[in-house]
Design a protein around this ligand. Structure first.
Ligand code: SAM
Length: 276
C-alpha cells in the first residue's frame, strides 16, 4: 500500500496537467461507446453506469474504493440523490484534492466523506448506510491480489450489497509475459488477472456474478505497429520503474502495447454478496 500511496502522491500533479475541468479529474480511461461524443462524456461513461445502478437499486450509500480525487463521488453528488457518498484513497494528495472539491460543491462533509488509508484494512471501508454499492474503478489491480481485494470487500459487505469493478484484465489464458510484467511493475498493479480467475476468487469469497460487460472495443487500442513502439519504450524505461514518474510511463507504455497485442481487455463486472 505504501508504494501505491507514493506512486499517486508523486504522480497526481502529472495526471491533471493536461486536463481543464470544473471538477475532480478522473484517473481512468475514456470509454468511447457508440453514443459518446465528447472526451468529457467518455470519462463520465463509467460514472453514468454507476449512477444508473444506484438509481435503479435505490442505494443509500456508494463506497468508492480507490476514489482518486473524487470524480465519481462528484458525479453522483450532481446526478443522483444517493444520500451517503464515501471514498477511500491511499494517497493524501488525492484525498486533499477530493476534499477541496467537496467544499466547492456544498461546503459540508455530511453527504460526501473521504478517508485516507488501505481499503484492505479491516474497518476502513465499513459504513452504516444500506443497501450499498462498493465501486472499484481501475483500483482493484493495485491490491496484492484479486482474491485479497474481494475478501476485504466481502468482509465489509452485507448480503445483497454490490461490488462494481471496472478495470484492466488479462485476456483468457494469459498470466504473465513481458508486457504484463512491465505493466505490473510500472503501475504497481500486481492483481491484474483474467476474468475467469477473478470469478473463481469471487465465488470463493462469497460473491455472485450479476453482470459482465466487455468495454475493450471502446477504449483506445493502438495498431500492432504502434504497439511495438510502446513495447520498445516500456522496455527502455522498465529498469527505472521504481521511480513513480518513470513507472507511470513504463507501465502505461506496456499497457498500450498489451492492448495493441490483444493481451489486455477492459471489463466491467457487477457482483452481489451472497447470503451466508
Ligand atoms: C487509477 S486510480 C483510479 C481513481 C478513481 N477510481 C478514478 O477512476 O478516477 C487508482 C486509485 O486506487 C487507489 N488505491 C490503490 N490501492 C489502494 C489501497 N490499497 N487502498 C486505498 N486506495 C487504493 C489509489 O489511491 C487511487 O486513488
Amino acid at each position: 500500500m505504501k508504494s501505491v500511496a507514493k506512486y499517486y502522491d508523486e504522480n497526481s500533479l502529472w495526471f491533471g496537467l493536461w486536463e481543464r475541468t470544473s471538477g475532480p479529474i478522473p484517473v481512468h480511461r475514456r470509454v468511447w461507446a457508440p453514443n459518446v461524443r465528447s472526451g468529457r462524456a467518455a470519462l463520465d461513461y463509467v460514472h453514468s453506469a454507476v449512477a444508473t445502478i444506484a438509481r435503479k437499486r435505490g442505494v443509500a450509500s456508494v463506497i468508492d474504493l480507490g476514489c482518486g480525487t473524487g470524480a465519481l463521488l462528484s458525479f453522483l453528488h450532481n446526478h443522483t440523490g444517493v444520500p451517503h457518498l464515501m471514498g477511500v484513497t491511499a494517497s493524501r494528495v488525492q484525498a486533499s484534492e477530493a476534499r477541496r472539491w467537496m467544499g466547492v460543491r456544498d461546503g459540508s462533509t455530511e453527504r460526501w466523506e473521504v478517508r485516507v488509508g488501505d481499503f484492505l484494512a479491516p474497518g476502513l471501508i465499513r459504513a452504516d448506510h444500506r443497501p450499498r454499492i462498493f465501486t472499484a474503478i481501475e483500483s482493484m489491480v493495485h491490491a496484492p491480489s484479486a482474491r485479497a481485494f474481494l475478501q476485504a470487500v466481502a468482509d465489509a459487505a452485507e448480503p445483497g450489497d454490490e461490488l462494481f469493478v471496472c478495470d484492466d484484465f488479462l485476456a483468457a489464458g494469459v498470466r504473465s509475459c513481458r508486457v504484463v510484467d512491465r505493466f505490473r511493475a510500472g503501475w504497481r498493479a500486481p492483481a491484474v488477472t483474467t476474468v475467469a480467475d477473478l470469478l473463481i476468487a469471487a465465488e470463493a469469497t462469497g460473491w455472485q456474478l450479476v453482470d459482465a460487460q466487455d468495454w475493450t472495443p471502446w477504449v483506445h487500442q493502438p495498431s500492432r505497429a504502434v504497439a511495438q513502439l510502446f513495447d520498445l519504450a516500456s522496455g527502455a524505461l522498465h529498469g527505472l520503474s521504481r521511480f513513480p514518474f518513470v513507472g507511470n510511463l513504463s507501465g502505461g507504455a506496456a499497457l498500450r502495447a498489451g492492448y495493441g497485442m490483444g493481451i489486455f481487455s477492459y471489463r466491467v463486472l457487477r457482483l452481489r454478496k451472497a447470503a451466508a
